[in-house]
Ligand binder design. Structure first.
Ligand SMILES: NC(=O)c1ccc[n+]([C@@H]2O[C@H](COP(=O)([O-])OP(=O)(O)OC[C@H]3O[C@@H](n4cnc5c(N)ncnc54)[C@H](O)[C@@H]3O)[C@@H](O)[C@H]2O)c1
Length: 256
């Protein structure tokens, strides 16, 4: 929660991956706080549905059908958001996916490229595109989504995905430190398994899901709202000294 009541009222966040899961839950939470929410996703229909929810909460939304792996489209996303709302205060890079589970020796170039394009470049492009605007306007907060996989390494199923999320954490660290004096904070969140369409999209096997669950002392998956509330805190004025790090949210699991 913010330190200042109504801190988010009238401020604007861009959320990628806003059509589903963690992105959508975060859009609802920022709408609850009175923020304008730019809902960007490759799934334009889903982004529109999220905007309807944002509007129903009394806030203003803008739906954009954007592929975050395309540099030009991401530039358009930032420009359209600025045209509509004037200033962008926060960016939440939630778009991402494990795409396909694969043993290490079976990871081919196509899977490797698509995984890095979506999870790493899809975070890099929006970050690079928003920073000049944040510099001009006295700062901002960027929150990225990595994964517990970055810590585990994804043996047997997801080394490609784990490595791409590891790159997200490294980028977060570098961006945070490069722009620390410019009042731009950059953080990441490394979730354990969260109840969203993510596992279905990656065709995770029932055995893999069970392995994830067995590893969580709380004995359950997280809810997307349990990530969204942390995004809100990270963007707020309650943690101005917090930058560069990743926060693990995993019910105590993760072989740490
Ligand atoms: N759910 C989990 O267990 C879990 C765990 C760790 C990390 N994560 C990460 O959390 C983030 C959000 O995942 P989620 O659980 O909400 O999954 P989700 O599948 O519910 O949502 C992902 C969203 O990203 C969008 N997307 C995919 N490719 C895109 C592209 N090229 N351009 C724009 N949008 C695109 C999808 O359309 C979808 O709406 C991802 O980065 C994921 O890697 C999820």
């Amino acid at each position: 929660m913010p330190k200042t009541p109504n801190y988010f009222q009238g401020k604007t966040i861009i959320i990628t991956g806003a059509a589903s899961g963690i992105g959508r839950a975060t859009a609802q939470i920022f709408a609850r706080e009175g923020a304008n929410v730019v809902c960007a996703d490759i799934n334009g229909k889903g982004a529109k549905e999220t905007v309807e929810q944002v509007n129903a909460a009394g806030s203003q939304g803008l739906a954009l059908a954007i592929d975050v792996t395309k540099r030009a489209a991401v530039k358009d996303m930032i420009e359209l958001a600025i045209n509509d709302f004037g200033r962008i205060h926060f960016l939440f890079n939630s778009a991402g996916a494990a795409l396909k589970r694969s043993k290490f020796l079976d990871i081919d170039d196509d899977l490797l490229d698509r995984t890095f394009d979506l999870n790493f470049k899809g975070t890099f492009y929006p970050t690079q595109a928003i920073i000049p605007h944040m510099l001009e306007n006295g700062g901002g907060v960027i929150v990225n989504v990595a994964s517990m996989a970055a810590k585990r390494g994804g043996p047997g199923s997801s080394v490609h995905y784990a490595a791409a999320k590891g790159a997200v954490n490294s980028m977060t660290l570098g961006v945070a430190r490069e722009f620390a004096k410019d009042n731009i904070r950059c953080l990441s969140i490394s979730p354990g398994p969260i109840k969203t369409p993510f596992q279905a999209a990656a065709n995770s096997s029932p055995e893999l899901i069970k392995r994830f669950l067995d590893d969580i002392p709380m004995g359950r998956f997280g809810e997307p709202e349990e990530i969204g509330e942390l995004v809100l805190f990270m963007c707020s004025d309650a943690c101005p000294f917090m930058t560069a790090d990743t926060v693990y949210v995993n019910g105590g699991g993760g072989w740490r």
